[in-house]
Write a protein that binds this ligand. Structure first.
Ligand SMILES: *Cc1c(COP(=O)(O)O)cnc(C)c1O
Length: 365
């Protein structure tokens, strides 16, 4: 059996270190806004070269806290791809803004050519989603945003450590957000997230918003919420961050193996292989397009290989119960008829990868 993601095996890989961390943090009674969080925030900020890294309760909160701090409000419109998690438009919904959805481009990211004609006087920002551990074409997005005087907010939940032109995902616009959900690139043992920004004023607002509007001295200075990253989760993340560069290398290595083993199958369109310029991909997922996708998925399952269709097969514009009605995004629909994610994670062995490659080749023979 090759599971899509092996949560318990990942824990067991470093079990004794994790148990030591849990014992240390708990015996110090250091649970909320403590030194481990501060250290993680400092180290993670250095890692992606950003001024402010603020731990929050999860990646969804990170987006809407950022939107609130940026002053996004009822009636504002924000442009984002339909190929994203429902969390991205939900964050917009809860500040009263309208999500304006775009097509998915050939690189599976926001379709650069489907942004400009959706801009109007209500548009406040473009929210690229750095999906699958890859950055969007940030130069093109930056040029459009500058031309129309729009902000850029990055949902980089899936792209911690990814780069474009040597700049890290999350650091291109006014703010960027990350998720530390257990199956994410850098995962904790529950929910966790972060907002990053080079704007000190925005950072100050988000720090207030995440902790009941309380200033450093504990004085309540405005209305706030409770959305803090647990100190225990931060301690785990701080430990994992040390070996994170190795994780990235391993993921890129698996992606290269997939690329070499599958590139001659004409029924497949593979994601871009690891390349240094201008993209540096970290492969949260290995998402390809496959002819006879459903049959391939069933075949692999019968061979003990679990694959997943992202977002359970539903792009955001298909959620009619959320008010998305009569939205025509044919490129995205056709993508969702073919897309499939192969296992890529830190418990996958080279034998596993070879088996997956072999079976896929066998299926198309
Ligand atoms: C995981 C994810 C989120 C939400 O993060 P949570 O920590 O689960 O709240 C948002 N956007 C994208 C693209 C994601 O993959």
């Amino acid at each position: 059996m090759i599971p899509f993601f092996n949560y318990s095996e990942l824990f067991k890989q470093n079990q004794s270190e994790y148990l030591k961390i849990i014992e240390d943090v708990c015996s110090r009674g250091a649970f909320i806004l403590q030194s481990d969080l501060e250290e993680f925030e400092k180290n993670a900020a250095e890692f992606i070269n950003v001024k402010n890294f603020i731990g929050v309760a999860n990646g969804t909160d990170a987006i809407w806290l950022g939107l609130k701090a940026a002053g996004i409000e009822k009636g504002d419109e924000i442009i984002l791809p339909s190929h994203t998690y429902v969390a991205s438009p939900a964050a917009l919904h809860f500040v009263g803004a309208r999500p304006v959805l775009t097509e998915c481009g050939d690189d599976n990211m926001i379709d650069i050519n489907d942004i400009e004609h959706r801009i109007n006087e209500k548009t406040k920002a473009i929210m690229p989603v750095q999906i699958n551990g890859r950055c969007c074409d940030m130069e093109a997005i930056y040029n459009i945003a500058s031309k129309y005087n729009l902000q850029i907010f990055e949902d980089s939940a899936q792209a911690f450590g990814a780069k474009y032109n040597n700049r890290f995902a999350g650091t291109f616009g006014l703010f960027g957000t990350f998720s530390f959900y257990p199956a994410k690139l850098l995962g904790c043992f529950g929910d966790g997230g972060a907002l990053v920004t080079n704007d000190d004023d925005l950072a100050k607002k988000v720090r207030l918003l995440r902790d009941h509007g309380r200033s450093q001295s504990g004085e309540v200075v405005e209305w706030g919420f409770n959305s803090r990253l647990d100190n225990l989760q931060a301690a785990i993340l701080n430990f994992k961050l040390k070996s994170y560069p190795n994780d990235i290398t391993r993921r890129r290595d698996i992606a290269m193996q997939y690329n070499n083993g599958l590139k001659d199958i004409k029924e497949l369109i593979l994601p871009p292989p690891p390349a240094y310029k201008p993209y540096f991909d970290v492969y949260q997922n290995y998402e390809l397009r496959a002819e006879k996708r459903n049959e391939l998925k069933i075949y692999l399952e019968s061979e003990g290989i679990k694959t997943i269709i992202q977002w359970a097969g539903s792009p955001v514009h298909s959620f009619d119960k959320l008010g998305f009605k009569n939205i025509s995004l044919p490129k995205t629909d056709s993508f969702f008829n073919k897309c499939l994610m192969l296992p890529i994670n830190m418990t996958l062995s080279n034998d596993d990868v070879n088996k997956i490659i072999l079976k896929i080749n066998k299926f198309y023979e």
